[in-house]
Design a protein around this ligand. Structure first.
Ligand code: SME
Length: 149
């Protein structure tokens, strides 16, 4: 098992507020994974992504849609995996230790809500198997968010 998703579901299910869900989800996932230096959420409002709950070093607070890995994840509306961020044109380096990254968009109904962003200090950290697990985690988070205010 790469990530135990049952405790994540139990932790965030029925939480009243979205910020509570995102806060504990970031802590749970960050501490469930090895070789990760940043994990958190960016929330979409008016074509800009705003920093949400996270674990790791302080990060950029605003990212326009279409900029960096995060902005392109929203623009393309699909998971983006970057094996070597040093070669990604327009990569936004919040933590200079980051070497690979994955961004997964989050939706509530048919609305794009934001994304889950994870950085690793090693190249090629996010293989297909891990990305598939992270997408399952994202789905659990979406389901909890849908019922929260
Ligand atoms: N690297 C991201 C910016 C966010 S930080 O990694 C936390 C990007 O290129 O959009």
């Amino acid at each position: 098992m790469i990530i135990d998703l049952k405790p994540l579901e139990a932790l965030i299910e029925g939480n009243k507020y979205k910020v509570t869900i995102l806060s504990n989800a970031s802590a749970y996932l960050y501490h469930s994974l090895e070789n990760i230096n940043w994990l958190g959420f960016y929330l979409l409002c008016d074509k800009t992504l705003y920093l949400g709950p996270f674990q790791g070093k302080i990060a950029c607070i605003e990212i326009p849609v279409g900029k960096g890995v995060c902005g392109n994840t929203i623009k393309e509306d699909k998971t983006l995996v970057v094996d070597n961020v040093l070669e990604y044109p327009g990569h936004i380096a919040c933590d200079s230790n980051s070497r690979s990254e994955v961004c997964i968009p989050l939706h509530i109904g048919d609305m794009t809500y934001g994304l889950l962003d994870i950085d690793s200090p090693i190249f090629n950290r996010f293989n297909k198997e891990l990305v598939c697990e992270l997408e399952k985690a994202a789905k659990i988070i979406e389901d909890a968010l849908e019922k929260a205010i």
